[in-house]
Design a protein around this ligand. Structure first.
Ligand SMILES: Cc1cc2nc3c(=O)[nH]c(=O)nc-3n(C[C@H](O)[C@H](O)[C@H](O)COP(=O)(O)OP(=O)(O)OC[C@H]3O[C@@H](n4cnc5c(N)ncnc54)[C@H](O)[C@@H]3O)c2cc1C
Length: 412
C-alpha cells in the first residue's frame, strides 16, 4: 500500500508532515482546505498513531485513545456519529480486597476525589509543584485517590506531575465512547490524504531555507515541516536534526516525558452479574498498592478491557506483552476468580519505538514546556498532543494542534 501511494504523492510539497496520527491527519486536511500541497511521512504500517482500533476480539476495541474527553469542546466529537456518554451508563464498582464497597464507602471516595480537585485548583494560585503535594497522607482514601489520579488516569505517578499542567488540562465534561472506535474514526478522516506508510524519517535537515527529510525512502524537500511524533520519540533521538534543536526545544522535550498506560482487552462471555459499560476499580492498600482498572462489556459486547498505568506499566512493558497479560489475568482473578477470561490483546505503546509511551505529562515546574515546544523554529513546527494547552494528552488536542501548525506556516 505504501509504495502504491508513493507513486501518486506530490514530489514538491509545500508542507512535509511527519507522522500520520491525529495531528498529522488534521494537518494534512488543513493543508488541503488551504490549497497547500503536502506529504505525510509515516514510519509505521498503519494510519492513526496512538488511535488504533483492533478487531482481534471480534468487536471494535481501541488500544489507544478510548474516550472523546471534554466532548463539548473536543473537535473530534463533530465527526463521531454513534457514541454513548459513558458517565451516564457507567456505575463504578470498588473492590475492597475481600468484598465490594458499600454506598457510604463509595460516597467517601467520591468526596475525597472532590477534595483533591478542590485542593488542586486552590494550589494553582501558588507556585507550580508536584500534584502529590496537595494530597494528604493520613486519610483512608488518600492512597486510592493518588493512584487513580496519577498512574491510572495520567499514566504517571502524582509525584511526577506538574500541578499547573493538570489544572490547565482538566478535561471536564462528557466522556464519549464511539462504538466504531476512535482509531476507525481517524481512518475515515484520513481517507484520500497523501500519506506514505513505511516511510520513517531518520533525519530532518533544516540548515537551509527549507527542510529536507531523509530516510530509507530517500530524500524529500519542502519549505516547511510539521513534526508530530511523540515527545518520547523525540527524547530518544528517533529523528536526528541538522542542526541540533536549540536548548529551548530540547528543554521542552525533556520537561514533557511520556507516561504509560498499557491497555489489555479480553474476550469474556461470563457477564458476572455486572451490566454493560460498568467500571471496576480496586481500593489501594499497603499489600495491593498498584491495582488496575476495568471497563466491562462495552456496547454489550462479550469483552472487557483493563488499564495498567505509570511505573507498573513501564516495568511490565519491559518484561513483554506476555508478562502484561499474565499480570492482568492475575489481577482480574483476584477479584472474580480464575477461568473467566478468554483471548487477550495487549497494547505495546511503551516498547514500540514509534511511540515510547502513551501521552506526555509536564514535570513539576515544567508546565511552560507545551508552549515552548510549539514555538516556531525557522521552517520547523512541532505539533501533537504534547503542544496543546487545554486538551493536552488527548486525540482532540492533537487534532487541534495539527491544524494550528498549518495556520502558523500559512500565516493565519
Ligand atoms: C493507552 C492509551 C489510552 C489513551 N486514552 C485516550 C483517551 O481516552 N482519549 C484521548 O483523547 N486520548 C487518549 N490517549 C492519547 C491519544 O491517543 C494521543 O494523545 C493522540 O492520539 C496523539 O496523537 P499525535 O498525532 O499527537 O501523535 P501520534 O498518534 O503518536 O502520531 C505520531 C505518528 O508519528 C509516527 N512516527 C514516529 N516516529 C516517526 C518517524 N521517525 N518518521 C515518521 N513517522 C514517525 C508514529 O508512528 C505515529 O503514527 C490514549 C493513549 C494511549 C496510548
Amino acid at each position: 500500500m505504501g509504495s502504491y501511494l508513493a507513486a501518486m504523492l506530490p514530489t514538491n510539497p509545500d508542507v512535509l508532515i511527519i507522522g500520520a496520527g491525529a495531528a498529522g491527519i488534521s494537518a494534512a486536511r488543513e493543508c488541503g482546505a488551504r490549497g497547500l500541497g503536502c506529504v505525510v511521512l509515516e514510519a509505521g504500517p498503519r494510519i492513526g498513531g496512538r488511535c488504533h482500533t483492533t478487531h482481534a476480539l471480534g468487536a471494535p476495541l481501541d488500544l489507544g485513545a478510548t474516550w472523546l474527553h471534554a466532548a463539548d469542546r473536543n473537535p473530534l466529537t463533530a465527526f463521531a456519529t454513534d457514541t454513548i456518554d459513558h458517565d451516564t451508563v457507567r456505575e463504578r464498582h470498588l473492590w475492597m480486597g475481600h468484598r465490594w464497597a458499600q454506598e457510604p464507602e463509595l460516597a467517601a471516595l467520591e468526596a475525597a476525589e472532590q477534595a483533591f480537585h478542590d485542593a488542586l485548583d486552590a494550589a494553582a494560585a501558588g507556585p507550580d509543584r508536584a500534584v502529590a503535594s496537595v494530597i494528604p497522607h493520613d486519610g483512608p482514601w488518600d492512597a486510592t485517590v493518588a493512584y487513580w489520579e496519577g498512574a491510572q488516569i495520567q499514566a504517571r505517578e502524582v509525584t511526577e506531575l506538574s500541578l499547573y499542567d493538570q489544572v490547565a488540562n482538566g478535561l471536564e465534561g462528557p466522556n464519549l465512547l464511539p462504538r466504531q472506535g476512535i482509531g476507525t474514526l481517524l481512518l475515515g478522516l484520513a481517507a484520500g490524504l497523501p500519506i506514505r506508510l513505511g516511510a520513517a524519517v531518520d533525519r530532518l535537515d533544516w540548515s537551509g531555507p527549507g527542510v529536507v527529510a531523509h530516510g530509507a525512502f530517500g530524500r524529500l524537500e519542502a519549505p516547511v515541516a510539521i513534526v508530530t511524533v511523540s515527545t518520547g520519540v523525540l527524547a530518544a533521538g528517533g529523528i536526528g536534526f541538522t542542526p541540533a534543536l536549540p536548548a529551548s526545544h530540547q528543554q521542552a522535550i525533556h520537561d514533557l516525558p511520556m507516561g504509560l498506560l498499557t491497555k489489555i482487552g479480553f474476550s469474556a462471555t461470563d457477564r458476572l452479574g455486572i451490566p454493560p459499560f460498568h467500571g471496576v476499580r480496586r481500593r489501594v492498600t499497603a499489600d495491593h498498592p498498584r491495582p488496575m482498572s476495568w471497563v466491562l462489556w462495552p456496547f454489550d459486547q462479550d469483552m472487557l478491557f483493563g488499564f495498567m498505568g505509570g511505573a507498573m506499566a513501564w516495568e511490565l512493558a519491559a518484561a513483554g506483552g506476555a508478562a502484561c497479560e499474565a499480570a492482568a489475568r492475575g489481577e482480574f482473578a483476584s477479584i472474580f476468580g480464575s477461568g473467566r477470561l478468554g483471548r487477550a490483546v495487549v497494547s505495546d505503546w511503551g516498547e514500540n519505538p514509534l511511540f515510547r509511551g502513551a501521552y506526555s505529562q509536564a514535570r513539576p515546574g515544567g508546565a511552560g514546556a507545551r508552549a515552548a515546544l510549539a514555538e516556531p523554529l525557522g521552517p520547523l513546527r512541532f505539533a501533537g498532543e504534547a503542544t496543546h494547552q487545554g486538551l493536552a494528552g488527548t486525540a482532540g488536542g492533537a487534532w487541534l494542534e495539527g491544524a494550528r501548525a498549518v495556520r502558523s506556516v500559512a500565516g493565519s
